[in-house]
Design a protein around this ligand. Structure first.
Ligand code: NDP
Ligand code: HSE
Length: 434
């Protein structure tokens, strides 16, 4: 039976994502009513700059006092799309204190304080949904939390940041410069308020922390995730990757150890073969592979950033939370019963592409090979090339290894740096997806 009294929604933030949420709530109001079983009404919109013109939004709804909006007594659901830690954290906590369920797109906050927020929601008997926090429009959190709840996930690997994928794709396919590509991604609304979060890998690491927790039923914070950004990736790296039949992507890789007793979570640029499905993920698209014991390999793919795609995920959560409200129920909360420790990056085993500048003289290759051998790192291929400028008789040496522990590779690189014949380590990149 249709309820006529509307569920009242407070929209906290009305920027790239929030403005699209408001637009869809208005234009799809009738369909949302039918799907939920009651109308949802935009009851207030909290922003920082009240005088900004906001198309399609009744100015009477705008306020700069988000707390007062939550405390006015008639709000059922709050949508937090402000971003960052504060005031978002305090506002979400205030919402729970007021009996208001929350939908959020805020991965930074969830990666830092997800456990406390889940506990607050559970204690209050309310929902905390955040499908939009990971991989934009792609349904990923709900499939992991619900559809795969009966299976055992062993590995998740994917591209979870749209901005950096956009930049790397432009650098690779058009030869665009880093700054030019970043400016374009920012203008398209993909980047975070501070794009350092994107390019230094913090945004992907936050998403990795959230996904690791959900996939392995444990609790992982941002600091537990090994992180390297993509600002050091150069045109030379792309050229080297091309010679190997690879491209470069910023990957999030989450793994359960073979003995099942620990997990690893990491974000870093990596070379992947052009034949790998992730290599063809272009622009701001995201894609995530999930390997589960019974289901096998699943791939989730779609727009990973941008106002409308992200609003789609927020609206999906809004419908779910609204239905729960009407049913006087809540959806699944946090599942962290395994309490698996997160192993250090040194334990991760993978392949490496190392580019060295070395003296171009007899015996150097043998010296470098011995250094790898002494640290237990087996070499797969070596390519030496005299530098065209011939400066100081230097050569470029590219070594690709077999699988080795990250700690062994770090030891090797440290020792290589100490060799007189090694003038510099130009780049170290992991090779994945083979
Ligand atoms: P924007 O910077 O575009 O929007 C932020 C909004 O929050 C603005 O409307 C701003 O007001 C408002 N705001 C800022 N501070 C306050 C405050 N103290 N009180 C009330 N309102 C405030 O961010 P996005 O829309 O891009 O992102 C929002 C969230 O969604 C973030 O958590 C982000 O990580 C996440 N997200 C973003 C995606 C994207 O593609 N953009 C994709 C997936 C998730 P004003 O308009 O007046 O400046
Ligand atoms: N800045 C983020 C990205 C937004 O580029 O992926 C989507 O979470």
């Amino acid at each position: 039976m249709m309820r006529t009294r509307p569920l009242k929604v407070a929209l906290l933030g009305c920027g790239v994502v929030g403005s699209e949420v408001a637009r869809i709530m208005t234009t799809h109001a009738d369909d949302l009513t039918q799907r939920i079983g009651a109308p949802v009404e935009l009851a207030g919109v909290a922003v920082r700059r009240p005088s900004k013109v906001r198309e399609g939004i009744d100015p009477a709804l705008i306020t700069t006092d988000a707390t007062a909006l939550l405390k006015r007594g008639d709000i059922d659901i709050a949508i937090e799309v402000i971003g960052g830690i504060e005031p978002a954290r305090t506002l979400i906590t205030t919402a729970f204190e007021q009996g208001i369920s929350v939908v959020s797109a805020n991965k930074a906050l969830l990666a830092q304080d997800g456990a406390a927020l889940h506990a607050a929601a559970e204690q209050a008997g309310l929902d905390l949904y955040y499908e939009a926090a990971v991989a934009g429009a792609i349904p990923l959190i709900r499939p992991l939390r619900e559809s795969l709840a009966g299976d055992k996930i062993n590995r998740v690997m994917g591209i979870v940041n749209g901005t950096t994928n956009f930049i790397l794709d432009k650098m690779d396919s058009t030869g665009a410069g880093y700054q030019e590509a970043l400016d374009e991604a920012t203008a398209l609304g993909y980047a975070e308020a501070d794009p350092t979060a994107d390019v230094e890998g913090y945004d992907a690491a936050a998403k990795a922390a959230i996904l690791t927790g959900i996939a392995f039923h444990t609790r992982v914070r941002l600091d537990d995730v090994y992180r390297e950004g993509m600002t050091e990736v150069s045109a030379a790296d792309f050229a080297s990757a091309k010679r190997m039949g690879c491209t470069i992507k910023l990957l999030a890789i989450l793994e359960r150890a073979a003995d099942g007793e620990s997990v690893t979570a990491r974000v870093h640029p990596a070379m992947i073969p052009l034949s790998h499905p992730l290599a063809s993920v272009r622009e701001a698209y995201n894609a995530v592979f999930v390997e589960a014991e019974a289901a096998g390999r699943l791939m989730f793919y779609g727009p990973g950033a941008g106002g409308a795609p992200t609003a789609s995920a927020v609206l999906g959560d809004l419908v779910a939370v609204a239905r729960n409200k009407l049913a006087e129920a809540t959806g699944p909360g946090e599942s962290a019963y395994t309490q698996l420790p997160v192993s250090p990056m040194g334990d991760v085993v993978t392949r490496y592409h190392i580019s060295l500048d070395v003296a171009d003289k007899p015996g150097v290759l043998a010296q470098v090979a011995t250094t790898f051998a002494e640290h237990g790192v087996s070499i797969d291929t070596v390519r030496q090339q005299g530098r065209p400028d011939g400066v100081g008789k230097e050569a470029s040496l590219v070594v690709v290894t077999h699988r080795a522990a990250d700690a062994a590779l770090s030891g090797t690189v440290e020792a290589l740096r100490k060799l007189d014949t090694v003038r510099g380590v130009a780049s170290i990149m992991r090779v994945e997806g083979e």
